[in-house]
Design a protein around this ligand. Structure first.
Ligand SMILES: [Zn+2]
Length: 474
C-alpha cells in the first residue's frame, strides 16, 4: 500500500517491522465531553485504514488510549485539567464523567460502524508505567525537576520539530493561547511529564510518585501505553492533524529518548472538518454530535458516507446542505443495490477479480476513499450479473462499512424508479460540482481539477457556463 507519511512528507510504500503484522496506535478521546463530528472524522478514517490493511491480508493490532487525566485546557500544559472542568460543569466526579463519556464515545463509534480497537487503555490504569518512564527519562538526562513538576528537556534532542510544517512560530501561538508562560521551563518548548504543582488544588485524581503526589502530563500517556502494549517498534501512529504539534512531536521526543532508537516510522494524520466559519470546535458555533444528526433525522452512516467522499488529507467543509446531498446519494445508492437480484446468475470470478483489483488500486493509493465510493458506482454499471455485483459490493463494504447490503434489503425500490434516475440531476455529482466551485473560490485549482478528472473518469463531463456548472454524460 502507498500511504502518505507526515514524518517524511511523502507518499511512500507502507512497510512493517514484522512481515504481515501491523502494530497500530491511535490517540483516543479525552472523555470530558461528547465527541463532535469533526473528532469523529478522524476515527472514521482511521477505521477505514485499519480495515483496509486487514482487507489486504495484514494482521492489524490496534491500541487506543482513553485520556481520563492530565489533558489541560491548553495543549501547551497550562490551564485546568479538562476532566476536572467537565466534572465541575456537570457536578459529578471525574471518574463518573470519564465513564459516561467513554460509553458515549463508543456508542457514537458503533453508530458510525467504527470498530472498537483491539486494546483500549484508560490512562488512569497505567500510572506505574508513566512513573517508570518519567524516571527513566530523568536517569538518562532527558528530564528535570523544577518547581515541583518534571519537564522534558527539549534542548537535549538533535531535532525536536520532526513534523516540519510546525516551527517556533506555532509555539508562539501556543504560548499566547495558554495566556501565561511557565517560568520553570528551561526552554520555552519543554513540556510537563509529571505535575505535582498546579494552581488547581482541587485536582481530584492524584497518585504518589518519587516527585510527590501528582498526576501525569497528557503526552507521556500515549508513549507509555504504546510501549507497554506494542513494544519498542511501532509501525503506524494515527491521529488528527492538530495532534501533530505539540502532542505527537512530544510523543516522539520522549519515546525515542527513552528507548534510544527510532520508534515509529509512519505517521498518518487526518485533516480538519471545518464549517463555513472555520475549524470545528466544541466551544464555537453549533455543537455537532452524532446525537444531533440523529435528532435531525439523519442516519449516522450518512455522515460516514459524507466523510468517505473526501480525501483524508484535505480539510472538509461541513454544511447541512452537503449532508443532505450525501443523504440523498446514499439513499439512491441503496435503492440501486436493492434492485439487484442475488439469484441472478453465478459468481463471475474473472469480473470479481478485475473489479477487486480496481478497488485495491484506488484504496491502495493513499487511501483514496472518494474513488473507493466511485468504485461502488462502477460495480453497479458493470456488465455482469446481480450475484457478482452483490458479491463485489459486500467485498468493498468490508472496508467502507456503509451497511450496503443489509440496509439495501430494507429498501424495496421498484425497478422503474431506479431506471428513471439515471439521467436526472444526481445529488452526488451536484455535490461534487459544488465542492469544485468552492475549491476554485479558494484558488485550490489542484482540487478543482481532481474533481473534474474524477468525474471525467466516470464519463461525466462538466460544462462551465456563466450561470454555473452543469454536466452531461460523455
Ligand atoms: Zn496521543
Amino acid at each position: 500500500m502507498i500511504l502518505y507519511n507526515t514524518l517524511t512528507r511523502k507518499k511512500e510504500e507502507f512497510k512493517t517491522h514484522e512481515e504481515g503484522k501491523v502494530r497500530m496506535y491511535t490517540c483516543g478521546p479525552t472523555v470530558y465531553h461528547f465527541a463532535h463530528i469533526g473528532n469523529l472524522r478522524s476515527y472514521i478514517m482511521e477505521d477505514i485504514l485499519e480495515k483496509y490493511l486487514a482487507y489486504t491480508g495484514y494482521d492489524v493490532d490496534r491500541v487506543m488510549n482513553i485520556t481520563d487525566v492530565g489533558h489541560l485546557s491548553s495543549d501547551a500544559d497550562t490551564g485546568e485539567d479538562k476532566m476536572l472542568k467537565g466534572a465541575k460543569r456537570e457536578k459529578k466526579t471525574v471518574m463518573e464523567i470519564a465513564k459516561f463519556y467513554t460509553d458515549a464515545f463508543f456508542a457514537d463509534c458503533e453508530k458510525l460502524n467504527i470498530k472498537v480497537p483491539d486494546t483500549v487503555v484508560p490512562a488512569t490504569s497505567c500510572i506505574p508505567e508513566f512513573i517508570e518512564m518519567v524516571q527513566g527519562l530523568i536517569d538518562k538526562g532527558y528530564a528535570y525537576l523544577a518547581g515541583g513538576n518534571v519537564y522534558f528537556d527539549t534542548s537535549k534532542l538533535k531535532e525536536y520539530y520532526v513534523f516540519n510544517d510546525h516551527d517556533a512560530e506555532d509555539l508562539e501561538v501556543g504560548v499566547r493561547e495558554g495566556v501565561e508562560e511557565d517560568t520553570n521551563k528551561r526552554n520555552k518548548i519543554d513540556f510537563v511529564l509529571w505535575f505535582t504543582k498546579s494552581k488547581f488544588e482541587d485536582q481530584e485524581l492524584k497518585w504518589d510518585s518519587p516527585w510527590g503526589v501528582g498526576y501525569p502530563g497528557w503526552h507521556i500517556e500515549c508513549s507509555a501505553i504504546s510501549l507497554k502494549h506494542q513494544g519498542e517498534y511501532l509501525d503506524l501512529h494515527c491521529g488528527g492533524i492538530d495532534n501533530a504539534f505539540p502532542h505527537h512531536t512530544n510523543e516522539i521526543a520522549q519515546s525515542e529518548a527513552y528507548i534510544g532508537h527510532e520508534w515509529c516510522p509512519h505517521w498518518f494524520h487526518i485533516l480538519h472538518l471545518n464549517t463555513n466559519s472555520g475549524k470545528m470546535s466544541k466551544s464555537k458555533g453549533e455543537f455537532l454530535t452524532v446525537s444531533l444528526l440523529e435528532e435531525k433525522g439523519y442516519d449516522p452512516l450518512v455522515y460516514r458516507f459524507f466523510c468517505l467522499q473526501s480525501h483524508y488529507r484535505k480539510s472538509l467543509v461541513f454544511s447541512w446542505d452537503s449532508l443532505d446531498n450525501a443523504a440523498q446519494a446514499y439513499e439512491k445508492l441503496l435503492k440501486k443495490i436493492a434492485a439487484l437480484d442475488e439469484n441472478d446468475g453465478e459468481l463471475d470470478e474473472a469480473v470479481f477479480n478485475e473489479y477487486k483489483a480496481k478497488f485495491n488500486e484506488v484504496m491502495g493509493n493513499d487511501l483514496n476513499t472518494s474513488l473507493g465510493v466511485t468504485a461502488l458506482y462502477d460495480v453497479l454499471k458493470a456488465k455482469t450479473n446481480g450475484k457478482t455485483k452483490l458479491a463485489l459490493l459486500a467485498d468493498y463494504d468490508r472496508v467502507l462499512s456503509l451497511n450496503l447490503i443489509e440496509a439495501a434489503k430494507k429498501r424495496k425500490a421498484p425497478k422503474e424508479e431506479v431506471a428513471a434516475d439515471t439521467d436526472a440531476n444526481d445529488p452526488r455529482i451536484l455535490d461534487l460540482i459544488a465542492q469544485r466551485a468552492a475549491a476554485k473560490k479558494e484558488r485550490n485549482f489542484a482540487e478543482a481539477d481532481r474533481i473534474r478528472d474524477m468525474l471525467a473518469a466516470e464519463g461525466i463531463i462538466l460544462v462551465d457556463t456563466p450561470q454555473g456548472t452543469t454536466y452531461k454524460k460523455a
